[in-house]
Design a protein around this ligand. Structure first.
Ligand code: AVI
Length: 335
C-alpha cells in the first residue's frame, strides 16, 4: 500500500537520502526491493528508499507507531479532522468525489466522510492492490451509498482517474499523515503539481508536519518502546526473508535525528562493527559506524508549505494547527 495513514503503511512511503525520494541510482528508478537494495548498498553513502519499509511486518509496525504517545502526528491530525469537521464540510462542499493518495486504515478518511455532505464517491489510489481492496471492502460495509472505486496506481507518478461518478460536483484530494514529508521538497512540489492537474476545479486536504523543538522530533522517532527502531530494522529482516541476505540483527542500530539545516528527520541503520553482508549473492562491506540511510521526513513551517503549494498551482485557503503547533492541516484549492 502507499502510505499516509495509520493502518496503511505506505506502500511506497517515501524517499531516502539527501533529498530525493528514492533518488534513482544509476539513472534507473528501482521499484523492486532487490534491485533497489543492491543499487543502494553499492552507492556512497549507502541508502535505500523508505518505501521498502512497508511489507506486511513493516506496515503492522507502522500502525503501532501511529498509536505511540511520542508519535504525535496521527493523534493531532485525527483531532484536527474532528474539531474542524463542520468548517471542512463547508469549505469542501457537498457531492464531492474524494480521492485519497494512498489507502489508509480508514480512520482518517472515515472522519472526513462523516463530516462531508453527501459524498458521492471515494477513490483510494494505492500501488498495492491487496491493500486497496481490503481498505475498500472495510468501507463498503459502513458506507453502502458511497461509490467506492479503488485505483491501483503509483500516485507518485502520472496516472489517470476513472471518469467522475454522476452527481459529483468536484474532485477533492486527501493526503493525510504528512506523507508529503517523505518527499524531498522538489519532489513534493512535483507531486503537488500533479495533484493540482488531477483535481482541476477541486481541492486538496493535506496534513503537514511542522518544524518544532527538535527534542519533540527526536522523541517521536526514538520512542521509548523501541517500535520505530524495530520498524527501521525490519528493512534488514525483510532483506533476510526475501532476498536471502544475512544481516545480523545485532550488527546494526537504529539511528534517527533531526537535521535542522536540511529541516528533516533522518533515519539510518548504523553498522556497529566492520562487517561483510551478503545480499542476493553479492557481498557488501560496512565499516564500523557506516550507515544505510533509510528515510527522510521533512518538516515545514506553515508559510513554507503554503508557498510550496502556491508554486505548484494551488491557492492555499484555510489551514488549522493544534495549540502547540505540532502539526498542520491545509485546505488548498486548485487555482
Ligand atoms: C509515513 N511517514 C509520514 C512517517 C514519518 O513520520 O515520516 C513514517 C515514519 N517513520 C518513522 N516513524 C514514522
Amino acid at each position: 500500500m502507499q502510505m499516509s495513514d495509520p493502518g496503511k503503511g505506505p506502500s511506497w512511503k517515501a524517499p531516502t537520502t539527501d533529498g530525493a525520494r528514492d533518488r534513482p541510482l544509476d539513472g534507473a528508478e528501482d521499484d523492486d526491493f532487490r534491485s533497489a537494495l543492491l543499487a543502494g548498498l553499492a552507492a556512497t553513502p549507502k541508502r535505500v528508499s523508505c518505501k521498502f519499509f512497508y511489507d506486511a511486518e513493516g506496515s503492522a509496525l507502522f500502525d503501532r507507531i501511529c498509536t505511540l504517545p511520542e508519535y504525535y502526528p496521527t493523534r493531532v491530525e485525527l483531532d484536527l479532522l474532528e474539531r474542524h469537521a463542520g468548517e471542512l464540510a463547508v469549505l469542501i462542499g457537498p457531492d464531492v468525489e474524494l480521492v485519497e493518495f494512498g489507502a489508509g486504515s480508514g480512520r482518517k478518511v472515515r472522519r472526513l466522510l462523516d463530516a462531508l455532505r453527501r459524498p458521492r464517491a471515494y477513490v483510494p489510489v494505492d500501488i498495492s492492490g491487496e491493500h486497496l481492496h481490503q481498505a475498500a471492502s472495510r468501507l463498503r460495509a459502513d458506507y453502502p451509498r458511497l461509490g467506492i472505486r479503488p485505483v491501483v496506481a503509483d500516485y507518485t507518478r502520472a496516472f489517470d482517474l476513472p471518469p467522475s461518478v454522476s452527481g459529483a460536483q468536484r474532485r477533492v484530494g486527501f493526503f493525510p499523515g504528512s506523507t508529503i514529508g517523505n518527499f524531498a521538497p522538489e519532489e513534493a512540489a512535483g507531486f503537488l503539481g500533479m495533484a493540482a492537474a488531477l483535481l482541476d476545479g477541486g481541492g486538496l486536504l493535506i496534513g503537514v508536519d511542522l518544524i518544532k523543538d527538535p527534542a519533540l522530533l527526536h522523541a517521536a522517532y526514538n520512542d521509548s518502546q523501541g517500535v520505530t527502531a524495530a520498524f527501521n530494522k525490519n528493512l534488514l529482516a525483510r532483506a533476510n526473508r526475501e532476498l536471502g541476505a544475512d544481516f545480523a540483527d545485532d550488527g546494526f542500530a537504529h539511528y534517527a535525528f533531526y537535521q535542522p539545516l536540511a529541516r528533516r528527520v533522518e533515519m539510518h541503520l548504523v553498522s556497529l562493527v566492520a562487517q561483510r553482508v551478503r545480499v542476493a549473492g553479492r557481498e557488501f562491506r560496512f565499516a564500523t559506524g557506516e550507515t544505510l540511510h533509510t528515510e527522510n521526513s521533512y518538516k515545514y513551517t506553515v508559510e513554507e508549505f503554503r508557498s510550496l503549494a502556491a508554486q505548484a498551482g494551488f491557492v492555499p485557503r484555510r489551514y488549522w494547527t493544534d495549540a502547540a503547533r505540532l502539526f498542520s492541516l491545509h485546505w488548498l484549492e486548485v487555482a
